[in-house]
Design a protein around this ligand. Structure first.
Ligand code: ADP
Length: 287
């Protein structure tokens, strides 16, 4: 399976949001990392065929998606940032409704509905109205609806927003159980999520994919550029003005700053191994 983006461009009025995006996805979990407003949702809408790019094309297994609209929809699952549901529907009724929209037969719809409620841990509250669900429960239902047609491509737009730490862990487990033999692309601006979930990370900035690869590969970019500095409060203030500080903590009367910089920021600075938080700041510091 191969999902290919070629030269995707998209502007809203005179503002160019995506500027020549090219990338080929094969089976695996991809994390699209970008600041708010960097165009993640726009790119997803284009990948899902809900929006046309100004230029460029999206193809799946060699065929442009615009030429296979119906067939493409049957292999696609999408969890938008805020998925629309009817609050008075029960979880079960909602899933059956989505299954009908996707054209599943009623026996298959019933079977998938049972399986998915179980998979996302909602089997005991399938008959409860969605309006009574917590944020995490709604989000798991959102994932279930995206999976109803057992999609080959699963697009999840900011799936962990609003989840508490326990729900996050559940979501990570759920995703690893469903992602086999699929192309899963999720967007986030939460670095720890992308680190835990994605095999490959794509960094979207200024309308382009600035870098991509495993977190190990991406971290090479800032190798020998992360420093830990133990300083006084007033030195810390000065360093924060002059450098990209990815962390600051207080220990035994000293300020400990983590700094991303090509040059050693102070004489006593100690070089430390980079992490994804550092990398995020390296790319998105002004935003
Ligand atoms: P992200 O998902 O990364 O936050 P979006 O794709 O939602 O980014 O938005 C990218 C930029 O495009 C933002 O500046 C946003 O305000 C703008 N934008 C998004 N949708 C529209 C629209 N329908 N009309 C005009 N501008 C839009």
């Amino acid at each position: 399976m191969e999902l290919k983006l070629e030269g995707i461009q998209k502007s809203y009025g005179s503002v160019k949001v995506l500027d020549s995006i090219s990338y080929t996805f094969t089976a695996g979990v991809y994390g699209l990392l970008g600041a708010n407003g960097s165009g993640k949702t726009t790119l997803f809408r284009i990948i899902c065929g809900l929006m046309k790019p100004d230029y460029g094309r999206v193809s799946y297994n060699g065929k442009e998606i615009v030429n296979q609209a119906e067939a493409y929809r049957t292999i696609l699952g999408f969890l938008p940032q805020e998925f629309a549901y009817y609050p008075d529907f029960t979880a079960k009724k909602f899933l059956l409704y989505i299954a009908a929209l996707k054209g599943l037969s009623s026996s298959l719809a019933n079977q998938r509905c049972q399986e998915l409620l179980q998979l996302v841990g909602l089997e005991n509250i399938g008959n409860k109205k969605i309006k009574k669900f917590s944020g995490g429960m709604k989000q798991r239902l959102g994932i279930a609806q995206a999976l109803i047609n057992d999609p080959q491509i699963l697009i999840l737009d900011e799936p962990t927003v609003g989840l508490d730490p326990k729900e996050r862990v559940k979501f990570r487990k759920l995703l690893s159980s469903i992602s086999k033999d699929k192309i899963v692309i999720l967007s986030t601006h939460i670095v720890s999520d992308v680190e835990a979930l994605a095999d490959d990370i794509l960094i979207l900035k200024e309308g382009c994919i600035q870098n991509s690869g495993s977190s190990q590969e991406l971290l090479l970019e800032i190798n020998h550029q992360v420093w830990e500095c133990r300083v006084t409060e007033s030195q810390a203030k000065q360093l924060e003005i002059n450098y990209v500080v990815s962390n600051r903590r207080h220990e035994n009367g000293q300020e400990i700053l983590r700094i991303v910089s090509l040059v050693k920021p102070i004489r006593d600075a100690e070089e430390v191994a980079p992490n994804l938080e550092d990398l995020y700041l390296y790319y998105f510091r002004e935003e």
